[in-house]
Structure formats: structure tokens, C-alpha cells
Design a protein around this ligand. Structure first.
Ligand SMILES: Nc1nc2c(c(=O)[nH]1)N[C@H]1C(S)=C(S)[C@@H](COP(=O)(O)OP(=O)(O)OC[C@H]3O[C@@H](n4cnc5c(=O)[nH]c(N)nc54)[C@H](O)[C@@H]3O)O[C@H]1N2
Ligand SMILES: Nc1nc2c(c(=O)[nH]1)N[C@H]1C(S)=C(S)[C@@H](COP(=O)(O)OP(=O)(O)OC[C@H]3O[C@@H](n4cnc5c(=O)[nH]c(N)nc54)[C@H](O)[C@@H]3O)O[C@H]1N2
Ligand SMILES: [Mo]
Length: 768
């Protein structure tokens, strides 16, 4: 029996058991006192030394032999890599960075590198990459995220930037709900499995116990196309709504409040602008269409009587309106957020304890835990002198349309000409939409560089792949926002094969390029430095010197509740504490947004038909609405080859859930292989029949590794939903991802079923 070692991931804090020789990971086990440990821990041991680990630096043979340049064979299943020594790899890469910089300037390097990487304050993959690129003159960056990209751009116009930050960082807490809230209405389910994940990880999973506690005193209603979308033990009431149609239901709720005299006129007059415009719109004065519950039923299939009754219940007591992130991750995804905020304003409870508007319950594990949290140690990134950027979900547009302009947030962005993309800590073949289009986009690059622990599909599209040490193979510090403990995360085992810390890689590259990345310190010294700088900073809690902290395994963080909330101060005195909007109030009609004159978003919340919904012309051919949401047994695509993730697979690939009527109509039963097609692409999936879905709705999790090894059959044999989704911005305002859903058609797959090859490394040759 070997040692055990404490570690931290985005899916929690747990213990790994090291093999007797000290090199391998035998088991990973949750702490017995973790009230809701994540099943994803069960992926760690099997994935750690898996054959899909990148063991040595590798260069694509075609790039090595032909030099940098566009190549439409990037990612071809039979593409060969040449394993090289570190010196060769670093010389080649430094030479290529120097070439791109001198010929095209630093803006030709795309270093946005979106992705979650792993938990850890020092070895944070993006911070490390950004710091390195800044030391050599900067890079084209990306802004916003795939999680809440539409809301991040929309909400500052409606409530101002500080209140937008609060909505994520200082929301109404589960305790506030337990104490004050009569009714919690959530658009989108409160999924327990989503709360297993917290950016940076938490010492223990506190959220679900708090949710359960709240569920004892507060009525919970969830509107979703899936009945099992809510904590099973929350006793929530389910209201079915077809995907992407919530806005219609919300407008009808406002309609009832207005027509039945339930709107809080005083709140609207004091704290909001534009209520009159909304009123005229919902009454139909503007377009001749009153937004009645009957109108909403025709769009959403939610019964009119249910909507009417819900409006009355919401007005009867303290009500909190929650919107999960997924609702805005679709075309016209701003509208449900805009409409729900408007609804909360008509109810008049924004800024009251347990009332108002929330945007994150059921989406992230730290949401509503209610601890303010101290500042955390960070690795400084330096300054990026390059002004160019894209909203992160416009990556394919960037590479396919250099020099062109795209509309964004009321202005226009010119897309720079990028020659080299450098990715560390993300998996665009997991996160991006329309993977066929992404492949075309990546083929335009001169050079694609990827740092990875595993041969992900993204690594398999890269020209230079550098193997990096995983969390278990390096010393780090970890904590998430609102955490109770800053933890030491000691290295459990030595790096796999020839993998190295990214810190070392950037130090070496910077040296070759005449830049200074490390300031003369090694990574252990930097760990101590960021800890000591944090400890000395004003606002940090009392903490021991580094050596003692490391020996103890961590230090407690204060458990203060949130204070100085923007909405509370605003409610108490709107003149003294105006919101950061042009009017200083909640803008239910925004003159700014209206003034942008955008074709797909106006000054107030509106029902705008998205491209992907059951009523669209496209639905004549693609007759099922597929929800593509977060996986329960992994984080995104991470460790998909691990035991827990693999235990969820059906017929050896990602499951597709279908309503019994939809399955029967297609001759499908549990365990069958289905062919799923959209206007964008096709995949194979394993069938699960369940009455937890509305008829006409299907569901698959994101995160199965893209497997293009049988192109004559489908685009992905392993069931990666992003071959199906459409790469269209949420709107010309926000330009965020619209990956949450897509219209599809499903049939029985009759041919011989191709094997899944996603977790095999590519063909590897050697220069030795
Ligand atoms: N259709 C659809 N698509 C979606 C979504 C959806 O709902 N539907 N959700 C979107 C959302 S919200 C998000 S946040 C994104 C997530 O997208 P990503 O964050 O890109 O997904 P991950 O699988 O977490 O990718 C992280 C990668 O980093 C690697 N990694 C881990 N540690 C390290 C490290 O220390 N260094 C380096 N270099 N690499 C490391 C992992 O092996 C993994 O490949 O997906 C988005 N995509
Ligand atoms: N276990 C686990 N937890 C995770 C993650 C993970 O990969 N694994 N990823 C994390 C990340 S990065 C993020 S951003 C969050 C995302 O958090 P969310 O966006 O909240 O998560 P999803 O599971 O994509 O969607 C939640 C639910 O919304 C419902 N839904 C989708 N579209 C609609 C709609 O149009 N109307 C209604 N009413 N409901 C709809 C779906 O039924 C879905 O189950 O999750 C985080 N939590
Ligand atoms: Mo996310």
C-alpha cells in the first residue's frame, strides 16, 4: 500500500491513493464528511495513467516536413505525429513564435485559449499562457464566456455593471430563501449534478444541503422540458415548457400581473424606467398581439391556466425569480433573462431579502452558498498591449473571416488576421459549436499549438502538442469563490512520461525569445511568493507563514455573509445609490439598446422567434428539439475515458434520451443505436427511453470526445453534440454561444456500428 495525498479539482476536494512505487494513482476517494461528493471523482484513477495521456512533446509530421501553413488535413484520423525531445520542440516553437511576431505582429497570435483547465491558483493554465504571451509582446484575446456570455453583455445595460457582478458574486443565498422566500420560480431546472462543480473547487459541497433546507420552507416551481431536472428531494413542482420558449411564458405572466392589477406600480415608478413601454407591448398595443396566457400556450405548450395561476401565486408572497444559465445559451438567449428581470421588477421585490431576481441557482455549486469570501492568491498576468479581441464564441468567425467586421455590443469589431493559435487549458472540440466549421476554421492557421494532459480531439488538431503535468503532478494552492478553506494541493505523483509543468515550458520559451517569464524564481518559489503576497495584502484573513500553511494543508477562510449588496442599497435609497445605468434605475426599456438599432434585439424584452424551436420552419425537417446540457458524471469533456463517465454510456457511446412516444414512432428502444442529424452534422448515440421529457424533446449531455474516425457514417461516432449545434451568435448585441439546443431528426441506425476510437492516441512516430 502506498501513500494517500489530498487534492482539489473543480469537482471537489478528495484524496488519492498512490501505488507502492510512488508513481501511479490507484484510487481516488471522496471525504466521508463531504455531504454531496461528485461522481466525477470516480474518473480520476482510471484516467490518470490512461494510454490517451500525452507522454512526450509531439509535432504533426506534415507541419514538421512542410513547415507552417494552412492545412485542411489537421485532425484527420490517420494523421501522424512525430515525438521529439523537449529541446527540439521548444526550439521549433520559439522559432515559429518569433517568425509570426516579426512578420505579422503580436495580434497574429490568438491566445484567448478559453477553457476551464484545472483548479489551482498558480498553475492556472490561462494565467500562465497570458503571462507568457504578454512577456513577448501580447496577443489577440477573447472576452466573456460560454456559460453566461449573453447575460454578461446584456445585463450591464439593464442594471449596470456593479449589480451585474453582484448577481453572480453576491446573490440571494439559500439561507435568505429558507428564511424569507415563499416561492422560488426557476426557469430551467435546479440540477443537483450541476452544483457538484464550483470554479476552483470548494473544500466541501455545501450547496445541496442548503438547497434541501430551503426546500422545506419554500415552495419551488421549476419550468423545464425535463421533469427530473430538479433535485429529486426538493419537492419541486414541475411545469413543462418547450425549450427556447420561456420568454413567451414570462411575458404572459407579466400580462396577468398587469391585467389583474397585481403589478407593483410604486416599485416600477420609483426604481425602474420603461415599465409603460413593456405594459403596452404585453397588452398588444404595439403589434396587435396581446401576450396572454393563451398566446403563450400556443408557443410554449405550457397550459394557459397554469400560467395564470402561477402569476397570482407569485404576486401573493415573497417570490424569487431564477433563470438558469442554459436559457441564455441559445439564439435570442438574451430575451428570457431580460423578460425574467422585467417580471421581477413588476413583482416589485428586487432588493428585498429572499426576493427579486437570481441567475445561477442550479447552474453552479457556489451560487447561493452565501459566503462573501476573501480575495485569493493569484499569479500575475502582466499587461497585454494588443487591443484586438473577440467575444470567445466567435472563434471560427475569427479564423474564417480575417479583416471583416462583426457587430458587438453596439459597436463593430474588426477581426484581426491570426496566424498562430495557442491553446492551454481548454477544449474547443468540446466547447464550440458546429465542429465541422471549427475544423475548417483551424485549417486556415499557419500553426496550432496545444498544451494538454491527454490526447483530446483538440490536441489531435494541433501542430505542436506539449505534454503538461496534471494537478496530481504539481504543487499548488486551491480555493473557489465563497470557499471556507484555502488548501495546499501537494504533488501526489511525478509527471507522466516526459510531461512538464507549464511554468517550466514558458520559462524555457521566454528564454529562447529573450523575454523574462519567471523573474528568476522556480515554480515552488512562486507558490510561496503568491501566498505571501496574498497573506500581506489588506483584506486577507489571518494566515500563517507559507511553511506552516503547507504543513497544515491549508488555512481557514472567513465565513462572513455578503454585505454591501448593490440592490439592497439601491432599494433603501435610489438617489444616494443609483444603479450604474444611464437612468440610475432598472432599465426595462433601454434607450441605449434601442438606439443601437439592431435587427435582433430591441429596447425591451420581446418574444423574438429563435431559429431553433419547435415552431420554426426548420422543424418541418428536424422534428425533435435536442437539449445539449452539462454532463452529470464529468466536468465538460474532462476525463471522459474515466470509469464514472464511461459507466453512463449506452451502446458504448453518449446516451440520447427520448420520450416513449418519440422512441416508439421511430422504432427505437433502450440500448439501440440512433443516428442523430441536424442541419449542421450527424452523430451516433445510445438510446434511453424516459417519460421525464416532454414529447418532442430529446436530451444529450455535452462532453463526449469528438470522434471523426468513420466519416462515411457520421461526423462523430461517439456522440459529441457539438457536431449538431449551430455556430450562430445569441444576437448581434452579445455574440455568445447558442449551444444549449438544436433541432434534430432521429432514426434507427441499421448499419454495422463503428467502434469508438476517441480515446486512442494518434499514430506516433519518433525522431530518435
Ligand atoms: N453544445 C453545448 N456546448 C457547450 C455548452 C453547452 O451547454 N452546450 N456549455 C459550454 C460551457 S458553459 C463551457 S464553460 C464550455 C467548457 O469548455 P472547456 O472548458 O473547454 O471544457 P473542458 O473539457 O473543461 O476543457 C478543459 C481542457 O483543459 C485540459 N486541462 C486540464 N488541466 C490542464 C492544465 O493544467 N493545463 C492544460 N494545458 N490543460 C489542462 C483538460 O484536459 C481539458 O481538455 O463548454 C461550452 N460548450
Ligand atoms: N456535473 C457538472 N456540473 C457542471 C458542469 C459540468 O460539466 N458537469 N459545468 C458547469 C458549467 S461550466 C456551467 S456554465 C454550468 C451550466 O449551468 P446550466 O446552464 O444551468 O446547466 P445545463 O445543465 O446546461 O442546463 C440546465 C437545465 O436547463 C434546462 N434548459 C435548457 N434550455 C432550456 C430552455 O430553453 N428553457 C428551460 N425552461 N429550460 C432549459 C435543461 O433542461 C437543463 O437541464 O454548469 C456547471 N456545472
Ligand atoms: Mo460554463
Amino acid at each position: 500500500m502506498g501513500r494517500t495525498s489530498e487534492t482539489s479539482a473543480h469537482w471537489g476536494t478528495y484524496r488519492v491513493e498512490v501505488s507502492a512505487d510512488g508513481r501511479g494513482v490507484v484510487a481516488a476517494r471522496p471525504y466521508p464528511d463531504d455531504p454531496d461528493a461528485a461522481p466525477a471523482i470516480g474518473n480520476v484513477a482510471s484516467a490518470h495513467g490512461h494510454r490517451s495521456r500525452v507522454a512526450r512533446p509531439a509535432v504533426r509530421r506534415r507541419w514538421l516536413e512542410r513547415g507552417p501553413g494552412p492545412d485542411d488535413r489537421r485532425g484527420a484520423p490517420d494523421d501522424e505525429y512525430v515525438e521529439v525531445g523537449w529541446d527540439t520542440a521548444l526550439d521549433l516553437l520559439a522559432g515559429e513564435l518569433a517568425r509570426v511576431r516579426s512578420m505579422f505582429g503580436n495580434r497574429a497570435i490568438f491566445g484567448g485559449s478559453y477553457g476551464w483547465g484545472s483548479a489551482g491558483r498558480l498553475h492556472h493554465a490561462q494565467s500562465q499562457l497570458h503571462r507568457f504571451l504578454n512577456t513577448i509582446g501580447g496577443y489577440t484575446r477573447s472576452v466573456n464566456d460560454y456559460s453566461r456570455g449573453a447575460s454578461m453583455v446584456l445585463l450591464p445595460h439593464l442594471i449596470g455593471a456593479p449589480a451585474t457582478v453582484d448577481l453572480r458574486g453576491k446573490p440571494v443565498s439559500w439561507r435568505d430563501i429558507a428564511e424569507h422566500t415563499d416561492l422560488l420560480v426557476s426557469f430551467g431546472g435546479l440540477r443537483r449534478s450541476n452544483t457538484w462543480v464550483v470554479p476552483g473547487g470548494h473544500a466541501r459541497h455545501a450547496g445541496s444541503a442548503l438547497a434541501r433546507e430551503a426546500g422545506r420552507s419554500t415552495e419551488v416551481v421549476a419550468l423545464s422540458a425535463q421533469r427530473d431536472d430538479v433535485f429529486a428531494d426538493l419537492g419541486a413542482e414541475w411545469i413543462g415548457v418547450m425549450p427556447a420558449t420561456d420568454t413567451a411564458v414570462i411575458l404572459a405572466l407579466i400580462h396577468v400581473l398587469v391585467t389583474d392589477g397585481l403589478a407593483d406600480e410604486e416599485f416600477l415608478a420609483t426604481y425602474a424606467v420603461g415599465a409603460e413601454r413593456v405594459r403596452r407591448y404585453v397588452l398588444g398595443d404595439v403589434d396587435g398581439v396581446p401576450k396572454t396566457p393563451e398566446w403563450a400556450e400556443r408557443i410554449s405548450r405550457t397550459p394557459a391556466g397554469v400560467i395564470r395561476e402561477l402569476a397570482h401565486r407569485m404576486a401573493a408572497g415573497r417570490t424569487l425569480v431564477n433563470v438558469v444559465y442554459a436559457l441564455q445559451r441559445g439564439e435570442r438567449g438574451e430575451q428570457p433573462v431580460f423578460a425574467a428581470l422585467t417580471l421581477a421588477a413588476f413583482l416589485g421585490q428586487i432588493g428585498l431579502p429572499g426576493g427579486g431576481f437570481a441567475h445561477g441557482f442550479g447552474s453552479m455549486g457556489d451560487y447561493g452558498v452565501g459566503i462573501a469570501g476573501a480575495p485569493l492568491p493569484t499569479f500575475p498576468q502582466g499587461r497585454n498591449p494588443v487591443p484586438d479581441f473577440i467575444p470567445c464564441a466567435r472563434i471560427s468567425d475569427l479564423l474564417l473571416h480575417p479583416g471583416e467586421e462583426i457587430p458587438y455590443n453596439g459597436g463593430r469589431l474588426r477581426l484581426p488576421e491570426v496566424r498562430l493559435a495557442y491553446w492551454a487549458g481548454g477544449n474547443p472540440f468540446h466547447h464550440h459549436q458546429d465542429l465541422r466549421r471549427l475544423r475548417r476554421a483551424l485549417s486556415r492557421l499557419d500553426t496550432f499549438v496545444v498544451h494538454e494532459t491527454h490526447w483530446t480531439p483538440t490536441a489531435r488538431h494541433a501542430d505542436v502538442v506539449l505534454p503538461v503535468a496534471s494537478t496530481l503532478e504539481r504543487d499548488d494552492l486551491a480555493a473557489g469563490a465563497g470557499d471556507t478553506r484555502l488548501r495546499a494541493v501537494p504533488r501526489a505523483v511525478p509527471p507522466h512520461g516526459e510531461a512538464r509543468e507549464e511554468f517550466w515550458i514558458y520559462t524555457q520559451l521566454a528564454e529562447r525569445l529573450g523575454a523574462d517569464f519567471a523573474e528568476g524564481l522556480d515554480s515552488r518559489q512562486w507558490l510561496e511568493r503568491i501566498y505571501e503576497e496574498w497573506r500581506a495584502a489588506p483584506g486577507s484573513p489571518p494566515a500563517p507563514p507559507f511553511d506552516e500553511f503547507w504543513r497544515e494543508g491549508g488555512v481557514a477562510l472567513p465565513r462572513e455573509p455578503h454585505s454591501d449588496r448593490v440592490f439592497e442599497a439601491f432599494r433603501a435609497d435610489p438617489a444616494a445609490h443609483p444603479l450604474g445605468t444611464p437612468s440610475g434605475r432598472i432599465e426595462l426599456f433601454s434607450v441605449t439598446l434601442a438606439g443601437f438599432g439592431l435587427p435582433d434585439l430591441g429596447g425591451h424584452a420581446q418574444w423574438r422567434e429563435p431559429a431553433q424551436w419547435w415552431g420554426s420552419p426548420l422543424a418541418a425537417e428536424f422534428d425533435l428539439h435536442l437539449l445539449c446540457n452539462q454532463p452529470s458524471h464529468r466536468l465538460h469533456s474532462q476525463l471522459d475515458m474515466g470509469a464514472a463517465s464511461q459507466s453512463t454510456k449506452v451502446a458504448g457511446r453518449e446516451p440520447l434520451r427520448l420520450h416513449p412516444a418519440d422512441a416508439a414512432a421511430r422504432g427505437l428502444a433502450d440500448g439501440d443505436v440512433a443516428l442523430v442529424r441536424s442541419a449542421q452534422g450527424s452523430l451516433l448515440a445510445g438510446v434511453v427511453v424516459t417519460d421525464a421529457l416532454l414529447p418532442g424533446v430529446a436530451q444529450m449531455h455535452t462532453g463526449a470526445w469528438f470522434d471523426p474516425s468513420a466519416p462515411e457514417v457520421v461526423d462523430c461516432v461517439n456522440g459529441n453534440v457539438n457536431v449538431l449545434t449551430r455556430d450562430a451568435g445569441t444576437s448581434t448585441l452579445t455574440q455568445a454561444t447558442s449551444g444549449a439546443h438544436v433541432l434534430v431528426t432521429v432514426t434507427r441506425y441499421e448499419g454495422p456500428v463503428p467502434p469508438v476510437r476517441a480515446y486512442e492516441p494518434p499514430r506516433l512516430g519518433s525522431d530518435r
